[in-house]
Design a protein around this ligand. Structure first.
Ligand code: SF4
Ligand code: SF4
Length: 221
């Protein structure tokens, strides 16, 4: 009798709703503040935002960022100002995605995407170089062969990055994205960002503009 009771328990499970999904074909939406792999951002004129100050490396509790700054060559500067990030590496065998590097950065050069599905078969792939971290000309993260990007994943990355990168989407200007969620507030548009805001269906123009006008230091949720 005990044996049949066991089968009854098993059979009962067959007709219950599944709690698992068809991963990775279907993924659950990630939280807005999800911390994934990093990107190094650029200004809309193509210049790099990183100034090689090493604050991100200094604050990193896992000691997984390696930065070396160098003086900008006067004839072909890489970033505005005196210095730029000559070498930039993040070791993802160590990173705990705490986001302290993002908070420490004075120029919003480093932000995080929502991508966490990347696996390595060798140590070299796990250490992302500046070339791999720097956003492409379309303002999106450069996809590496070992990363599993699915549709729409990069749409949820930093709007600030998307607004200010070369060939990025200026309509993201002033919209609350990673910076607002982290408590920095919405920032004033950077130089060259003057396109009208693109509103989502059902979103009022007044709401968007009042958020954009609240200025640095205001927390948004
Ligand atoms: S997210 Fe945290 S652990 Fe990872 S690189 Fe940044 S500071 Fe270091
Ligand atoms: S990413 Fe930001 S904090 Fe790190 S070296 Fe570059 S400018 Fe400095």
């Amino acid at each position: 009798m005990g044996r049949f009771s066991g089968f009854r328990v098993t059979l009962a499970q067959v007709f219950k709703a599944k709690v698992t999904g068809d991963y990775p074909k279907h993924k659950r939406p990630k939280p807005e503040r999800f911390h994934g792999r990093h990107v190094l951002n650029r200004y809309e004129d193509g210049m790099e935002k990183c100034i090689g100050c090493e604050l991100c490396a200094g604050v990193c509790p896992a000691r997984c960022i390696y930065v070396r700054g160098a003086d900008n060559p006067p004839e072909a500067p890489v970033s505005p100002g005196e210095r730029y990030g000559f070498v930039y590496e993040i070791n993802y065998l160590r990173c705990i995605h705490c986001d302290l590097c993002v908070e420490a950065c004075p120029t919003e050069a480093i932000t995080e995407t929502k991508l966490f599905e990347f696996s390595f078969t060798n140590r070299q792939d796990a250490i992302y170089t500046k070339r791999e971290l720097l956003v492409g000309d379309d303002g999106r993260a450069r996809r590496q062969p070992w990363e599993l990007w699915l549709g729409g994943e990069d749409d949820d990355t930093s709007a600030w990055m998307r607004a200010t990168s070369p060939s990025g989407v200026a309509a993201y200007e002033g919209r609350v994205a990673w910076s607002g969620e982290l408590g920095f507030g919405v920032r004033e548009p950077e130089h060259g960002q003057h396109a009208p805001l693109a509103l989502e269906p059902g979103e009022s123009d007044a709401n968007t503009k009042s958020a954009a006008a609240s200025g640095p230091g205001d927390a948004h949720s």
